[in-house]
Structure formats: structure tokens, C-alpha cells
Design a binder for this molecule. Sequence first.
Ligand code: ADP
Ligand code: MG
Length: 340
Amino acid sequence: LQPAARRPIRELPDELISQIAAGEVVERPASVVRELVDNALDAGSREITVKLVAGGVRSILIEDDGHGIPSDELPLALRRHATSKIGSLVDLESVATMGFRGEALAAISSVAEVSISSRTEGAPHAQRLDARSGELSPAARGTGTSVEVRELFFNTPARRKFLKTDATELAHCVDAVRRHALTRPDVGFAVWHEGKLVQQWRRADPDQRMKDVIGAEFVEQSRPVDMTLGPMRVTGRAGVPAAARARADQQYVYVNGRYVRDKLIAHGIRSAYEDVLHGGRQPSYALFIEIAPDRVDVNVHPTKIEVRFRDSREVHQAMRRAVEGALAAPQAGGAIAMTP
Ligand code: ADP
Ligand code: MG
């Protein structure tokens, strides 16, 4: 191959910049669902409904009852790097919302047909913004926001080819909602697919929500975790070794309310099971880490699924001790007696 001839340096057009960003944020319908549910939660919603067509590829509609977007700010919501959530570096270092990059809606609307209808408390009616045309029109809905995303990747066919069957994409979308549902029992979630209710989690207390999301069996065969170590508090439940599974499909970890997949945390937890779990069996757990925001950096990855800790050894140790402590504690209510 001949090296390409040098071309002059140019600034990329905005649309292309957003499409490149979308490559990092939007992998499949479930990524859209995750971002939009994040937004609904950030808006203080109590009920969130997700309606999908063709596994979310044809259409994703998310309705919430949050505080809405004032009509004069609607166009800004779609703009790149426009956010109501942070305004300074100080804010960034103590970010308490799920979003803050101001990128999701811009990225999604660069690879799909997007419209937003929103109404704030006291507004005479809702306003609908069509992303492509930029047209604003009056719409009917109560206080809150509806975001509709149609024909995902219609203009990026290469990306579209990576999508799996509708059933698989639907399963990923439900998983995305499930991850939110586990950490927000105070919010009701419903997922519809082509007119059928496929999953619903009603508002509940944390234990009930854990039963509803992971299963009553998990709650019965797990020990409560609640340990404060230095700047960290770890709560949740850790499955007893006897209830370990062949697959790692019941492992949930949250940092400050955010679902994460982190090797270091997983290893810390795993090491607590070291002597009691053999042959590649996978423990089940749902663990919620609260840590001072200045000891964790969530701004490492666009999807925020990876985080970086200021002191990773401290986190590893805390996870190990919290789970070890729970497993070693005398059996209390919630754990079943294990007889061979
Ligand atoms: P970010 O969440 O990082 O701020 P987004 O692109 O996801 O960026 O959203 C841009 C802005 O649009 C948000 O900061 C928020 O002000 C507004 N917004 C988006 N979705 C909603 C919603 N469901 N309810 C209220 N406001 C919303
Ligand atoms: Mg967002």
C-alpha cells in the first residue's frame, strides 16, 4: 500500500464530530436507552416508561415525569457540549448527576431521527422539537419529557450491520433498564415492546426491588453487606458460596449510583471468595459503593462504565473486607441455612 498523500489540516464539520462521538457513546439501542434513562433520572423522574419497536432499532420512546426542559432551551439540549449539569471544573470534580458531558443527545441525533417533547411545571403546553428540521411545535403531554429515537444508524450502515437480532437487542435494552432499576428502587420502570409490557418494576423498598430485579432466591441466598472503611461505604448483598453460578450473570456493582464494570473491584470481591469458591463458579452480588466524589474520577470513558480511583489499593481492600465480613458473619435473617 502506498502511503496516502498528505492533505491539508482542516476542522471537521460539527455533524461529523458528533458522529465520531456517537461511535463511542452509541453502540446499540441499549446504549441509547441507558443515556435516556440517565437523563430521565437526572430530571428527578418518579416513573419512567421505555417503549421499543424491533428491539429498539426502529424506535425507542422514553417518557418521564421529571422537571422537563423549558421550550427556549430545547434546541440547546441537542447541541454538543451543552449541559445543565455542570458549569465549572469544580462542578466536574463533584458531579452528582449521571450525565455531565452534554454529549448524549447530540451524538444520538447524529445517527438517528430524534424528537423531544417536553413540558415544565406551569407551562401552558408541551413543545416538540424535531432534531433534523429544527422545527418547534406545540405538543400534548403532562410535565416531563418524551424523547423519541427512530431508525438508529440509518445514516451509518456499517454500524447498523453490527446489530444483532431484535430479540437480542431487546434483551440488552431490558438489561440497561434493569441496571438502573436495581439502584433506584424509588423510581418505577416499565419496558414495552411492540405494544406488550415486557418488564415492570414498581416503586419499592430496596430489598423488594432487589427481589424483583435479581430474584427472591438471590436475596434468600445472600448476606447483607454494610461496611464503612475510610472514605468508602459498601452496602448491598453478597451471595453465599453455595449459591454461586456457572455464569457471571448476577454481578452488579455501582459507584455513587452509577453501574460500573471494573476489574479492580471485581478482583477485590473475587478474592473474598478465594477459599470458598472453586472451579470457576461465579458469585452473585449487588454492591453499592459510596465514596467521596473527589476520590473517584468518572470522566474516564464516554459511557462512564469505567471509573478511576485515586487509591485503587484502598478500594480493592475495602471490597475484599466488606464481602469477607458479610460471608463470615453469623447467619441472620435473610440467609438460609445450608445443609448438604
Ligand atoms: P448531559 O446529560 O450530559 O447533560 P445530554 O445530551 O444527555 O447531556 O442532555 C443535554 C441536556 O438536556 C441535559 O443537561 C438536560 O438539561 C436536558 N435533558 C435531556 N434529557 C432530559 C430529560 N429527560 N428531562 C429533563 N431535561 C433533559
Ligand atoms: Mg445525559
